[in-house]
Design a protein around this ligand. Structure first.
Ligand SMILES: Cc1cc2nc3c(=O)[nH]c(=O)nc-3n(C[C@H](O)[C@H](O)[C@H](O)COP(=O)(O)OP(=O)(O)OC[C@H]3O[C@@H](n4cnc5c(N)ncnc54)[C@H](O)[C@@H]3O)c2cc1C
Length: 391
């Protein structure tokens, strides 16, 4: 699976240990208080897991999409919010790693990430763009060798805990809404004023309220390629594939709890198969299908980008539809699987103080279809299918 199996095995072992010994231990408190999972993110930093997507030549571990997915799924099985923070950080790191080839500044910054293991956040949302990440109202303004960028974000996960934020905006004051750039803003170069709260059903530890951002910095921190390409080739594939894997991780943990509940019931009546075992068998079909979905697309992505014209292929309709289908399919499946787990476990899953409690899992996966609205994603697929016949 891996070009560097020993490296990946060591990273996965570290992630598993963090999942069981840190993330799982603090998950209930993170959820109850809606607080940032500091212990888990600090442990991930200590294990050097924050630089995993960066190619080895630039100081990172050069993990493939499939390997990154496995790490995110491992962490999210213990704490969904922690898995989501890790995934969102990886998405930002990948955007820098794969779209700044000619930039001396970003080359050095990638080495800095590998060395100091910072946490990178993202602000694509904006007051007035209504969830359309491919349009911006704010614009980056260049003044000599400095930029100024101010943005009103509706949702900014863990921005108050991050070391830097990647911010979408119009390329300049004259650019249309869809002509966007991506800008790296260091926390030391900005002020963030929280404008809304994040008292949500789930994913509470992502700490994602709205913010007013006021920032400036050197122009070299503006990524050198249009955001349209970054979005299609990296932001969207990394988001949808990593999210799919982490939603699967949450669903798998929920069904794992259901499985252990069923086995407990079976032990009480040796020689009989509890009727819930049949429900478990049915749910495991859906869980396996979901796993194969993200694994197949992750492998497809890894094989595609390895081809000489791979990055071009990622700009095509075929790949766009594949991403949308993965997003809609897995975000629909995850809550269904957790729901099935709850039906199997019954009241012991409904109770918050039970070892089989499923409330957090359920609430966390309900965010999946909203995090880029499935209706919006389906609408884009609908337009593509009008011109794409090869279904
Ligand atoms: C856990 C979590 C973490 C997040 N973290 C961040 C972050 O770090 N940074 C960030 O920038 N954003 C973040 N977001 C926000 C995310 O990127 C989206 O902007 C947000 O989820 C969309 O909000 P919305 O439902 O208001 O948007 P919309 O897409 O406008 O959806 C609103 C409603 O309009 C309907 N709708 C929209 N478009 C269509 C269409 N074409 N056809 C039919 N119906 C349509 C939908 O059904 C939906 O009910 C996060 C969201 C979540 C849930």
């Amino acid at each position: 699976m891996s070009q560097h199996p020993t490296d990946f095995d060591a990273l996965l072992a570290a992630a598993r240990e963090i999942a069981t010994k840190v993330a799982a231990v603090h998950a209930a408190d993170v959820d109850a208080k809606g607080r940032f999972p500091t212990e888990t993110i600090n442990a991930l930093k200590a294990a050097k897991l924050m630089s995993a997507p960066i190619p080895k030549s630039l100081g990172g571990q050069g993990l493939s999409m499939k390997q990154l997915c496995t790490l995110c799924a491992t962490i999210s099985g213990a704490c969904g919010s922690s898995g989501m923070v890790l995934a969102m950080h990886y998405i930002q790191v990948a955007c820098i790693a794969f779209h700044t080839a000619d930039s001396a500044f970003f080359k050095q910054y990638l080495h800095e990430i590998a060395e100091t293991q910072p946490l990178l956040a993202s602000i694509t949302s904006e007051v007035g763009t209504f969830g359309d990440t491919r349009s911006s109202i704010c614009a980056v303004q260049r003044e000599g060798d400095r930029f100024v960028l101010n943005k009103q974000a509706t949702t900014g996960s863990y921005c108050a805990h991050a070391d830097a934020i990647l911010v979408t905006c119009r390329r300049d004051n004259d650019a249309p809404k869809s002509d966007q750039a991506l800008v790296l803003v260091r926390m030391s170069d900005c002020t963030l004023t929280q404008t809304t709260t994040w008292d949500t059903m789930g994913m509470r530890g992502t700490c994602s309220p709205g913010f007013d951002l006021v920032s400036s910095g050197p122009v070299e921190q503006i990524l050198p390629v249009p955001y349209a390409d970054i979005a299609a080739q990296t932001m969207v594939p990394y988001s949808h594939i990593l999210w799919a894997s982490l939603w699967w991780g949450i669903a798998a943990d929920a069904l794992g709890k259901a499985g252990s509940y069923v086995r407990g019931e079976a032990r009480k009546n040796p020689g009989t198969v509890p009727h819930t075992a049949t429900r478990l068998a049915e749910a495991s079909v859906q869980l396996q299908a979901m796993k194969h979905n993200w694994q197949a697309v992750a492998q497809d992505f890894d094989e595609t980008v390895a081809q000489p014209d791979g990055m071009e292929k990622l700009l095509g309709i075929s790949w766009g539809l594949k991403m949308n289908n993965l997003k809609i399919g897995t975000s629909d499946a995850a809550p269904q699987i957790v729901h099935r787990a709850l039906q199997i476990v019954g009241i012991m899953g409904y109770k918050n103080d039970s070892p089989y409690a499923l409330s957090r899992h359920y609430r966390d996966v309900l965010s999946a279809s909203l995090m880029i609205s499935n209706d919006r994603v389906a609408g884009k697929s609908a337009s593509m299918l009008l011109v794409y016949k090869d279904v």
